[in-house]
Structures are given as C-alpha cells and as structure tokens.
Write a protein that binds this ligand. Structure first.
Ligand code: PRP
Length: 215
C-alpha cells in the first residue's frame, strides 16, 4: 500500500452507519457500498484517501503502528486497551452509550468477593480497585447477560444503550462506570507528516460534529 495515501480505519456495524455521513460532510465518501462488499479497503471521493474496515479492537493497533493514519473507535476500547500510542483529538459524539454494572433485578448485595463477568477486564479491575471492592473478573467475549442466571457471575460490566438487552435477561443497570462515544485517533507521526490532509480533515469533522449537534 502506498504511504502517499492517507488511510482511515473504521469498523462495520453501528459505528460505520453513524460515522460515514459525518465523513461525507467532510468530503470523504467510499466509492462503493461498504456494507454490501467483501472488500476491506476502499477508495474514496477524496484522491489518495482510503477507508479500511476492520474490527474495533484492531483499530488502535493499526493506528499506533501507522498502517492506518487515523481511525474511529469507541472510548470503551481505548479505556480497555490503553490510548498512549496515538493522539485522540476528537470526540465524534456518535454511538453514544454507557458502560455500567448490572445485576439480576432485586438481587441482594453479595457477601465477600463479587464475581464480575465482562469483556472489559482492565476497566473492571481498575473501577472496583478504586472503589476498594474485592472482585474476581470472569472474562467473556459476548452474551454476558447470561452469566448471572447461569451461576457464572454475580454481576456483569457491559455496554448499555437502550437497556433492552438487560431487561430481556432479567437484569437492571446499577453503577455508571463511563459515558462512551466514538473517538477519532491519529497516528503520531502521520499527524506531523500528513498534516496537510489530516489537519483540514479533523477541522471539517469537528465542524460536522458541531453542525449535527446543533441540528
Ligand atoms: C452491546 C452490549 C449489549 C447491547 C446493549 O452489544 O454488549 O449486548 O449492546 O444494547 P441495548 O442496551 O440497546 O440493549 P453490541 O451490540 O455492541 O455487540 P457485541 O455483543 O459485539 O458487544
């Protein structure tokens, strides 16, 4: 891949659907429909700017090592995997949700060490250490909401948006750990070397964010 290009790393799904209109307002649209293609990298309406589509948890890695110049990723992943290796210049205020603890509706407080099922092991350990609460983290990769009813954990730490998934599984949200939204991250070297492209792009994205928050 030519490093003349500026490469933007995005993820399929909810983030992509919300982020693409913002990029379009900033003058960047993929030349074909990403959702109906099996390709992973796309040319765009802006010459020498490409969009690649990867897993959210891989976006920080691509950006840190400079294979992508910038990316869009949820604050939850930045909090979990660290955000030292790149700049985080812009909150897109998209894909907003909350990272919360949740427990079976009406459950009594647990005596002793609490078993917490989560995908976010680092955030969970940090959060409960700050509270001075003893826990054991049970690391899962999905369907966390099943863990309490199956006896695997007392509570969970997960993303809550509408709250429907918790309700459908007999759980209720308890403590708010963090407000989450999509962030733009930028490779540190690219911010200097490709500032002629990245500077105006960040400016246009920031204006698009302001405009959609006024609307
Ligand atoms: C998240 C989270 C919950 C769900 C919450 O999963 O893990 O399962 O969304 O949304 P709700 O409050 O509107 O029901 P996501 O859809 O991001 O997919 P994931 O399982 O890959 O995390």
């Amino acid at each position: 891949m030519s490093k003349q290009n500026t490469v933007i790393a995005l993820t399929k799904g909810r983030i992509l659907d919300e982020v693409l209109p913002l990029f379009e307002r900033a003058g960047i649209a993929p030349l074909e429909d990403i959702n109906s293609s099996r390709k992973l990298i796309f040319d765009t309406t802006m010459p020498n700017v490409q969009i690649m589509v990867i897993r959210g948890s891989d976006v920080p890695t691509y950006v840190e090592f400079g294979s992508a110049d910038l990316g869009v990723v949820g604050k939850d992943l930045l909090m979990e995997y660290g955000s030292e290796g790149f700049y985080e210049p812009l909150d897109l205020r998209l894909a907003r949700c909350r990272l919360m603890t949740a427990a079976p509706v009406g459950a009594s407080p647990v005596a002793g060490r609490i078993k917490v099922a989560t995908k976010f092991a680092n955030i969970t350990r940090r959060y409960f250490a700050e509270q001075g609460v003893q826990i054991e983290v049970i690391k899962l990769n999905g369907a966390l909401e099943l863990a309490p009813s199956m006896g695997l954990a007392d509570i969970i730490v997960d993303i809550v948006d509408s709250g429907n998934t918790l309700r459908a599984n007999g759980l209720e949200p308890l403590q708010l750990i963090a407000q989450i939204s999509s962030r733009v991250i930028v490779n540190k070297a690219a911010m200097k070397m490709k500032h002629a492209v990245i500077g105006p792009l960040l400016q246009q994205l920031a204006e698009a964010v302001e405009a959609s928050n006024r609307a």
